[in-house]
Ligand binder design. Sequence first.
Ligand code: HH2
Length: 397
Amino acid sequence: MSHNALIVSSDTFPARADERRRLGIPARRTHGAVRAVRLEGVPPGAGRALVEIMAGSGGCARAARGGRGGGSVVILQGDGAHYDAFLEKASRRPATRSAALEVRDVLMRASTWPRALTLARGRLPLGQRTLIMGILNVTPDSFSDGGRYLDPSRAVERALEMAREGADLIDIGGESTRPGARPVPLDEELRRLMPVLETVAQAARALPGHRPLLSVDTRKAEVARRAAEAGADLINDVSGLTHDPAMAAAVAESGLPVVLQHIRGTPGTMQKNPRYRHLVPEIAAFLRAQIEKAVRAGVREDKIVIDPGIGFGKRRRDNLAILRNLEVLTSLGRPILVGASRKSFLKEANALPPAERLEASLAAEALAIAGGADIIRVHDVREASRVASLCDAVLRD
Ligand code: HH2
């Protein structure tokens, strides 16, 4: 059984050599970041052995009952040298071997953060700056821009405007997935989407210099197939491959990269009393399972982006906790996309309509970037690009 290994805290301060210099810390005096790794579903005997091995390696550890799938939750803590000694011993014992391999894998993934997303043709560089995904909903009922871009010529105009404002990607959707939304039949989704996608793809090809990539926000395999033929560069599936059983194969066949988003239930049911015992580990376990599903269907792992799914089966406090703990998802070693723009969790007791949520959206987006987001999905492209560029100057230096 998988132990859903996650780095739950990482004292990366001050891990980087240039930052240590600025702080006046001699390089030899630091021993690398101290990290805490969480494992779950560990049989109690193996849990006790892991705790002993980590303590004997100079780090510290604790095991307690609880967590997904029974067994113990084990928290290991130490720096690089402690983990080296721990892994050496724990991978030799049969009872602790599988846990040790997962710990090694998660530490390795977090230290080799993806530098690019592989596209059908070429690569999209990541890590140098935050990428901006502009939202274009060609729907009558999206929670913020519903009805504004139903006319294809207005939609194309808006896409080109977002490209000028600095959008690296434009996410076009023909089905609203707001809480309580009704599913849209295939022919209706195609009718809304295809003319806009085809025209935007053509117009984007004619743009001088910077051409935004085109993403299609759909849960349906047939829409993904048709979008790929019409020039889409990315498929964005808010159901994380849970809606349409043919989606994983369709994405694999298209050769396009895909965003796998966490959702609890469906748009129709997701806000009916969502409850989590351990929010972030449950989101991570879902995303891991869906990455495996995609890979089994033939999607290359370096074409997968993950998304915690803000607002998709979460209470306000869950959405806030995702932003607070986003960094934990870097354990999965995949690029992270976050969509917080104008969502209802941003408003406090004095409810503001979506169009009045700009400042809170930008604050949430800055927090997401600080937590490790590579791509932010936004309505307000110009403002978000400006915020991202300051965040990047501080964080990516
Ligand atoms: N949020 C929405 C739609 N698609 N895709 C990803 N990957 N992440 C998100 O957070 C996300 C998404 C909902 O926002 P919006 O498109 O503005 O509204 P609606 O679903 O009503 O069309």
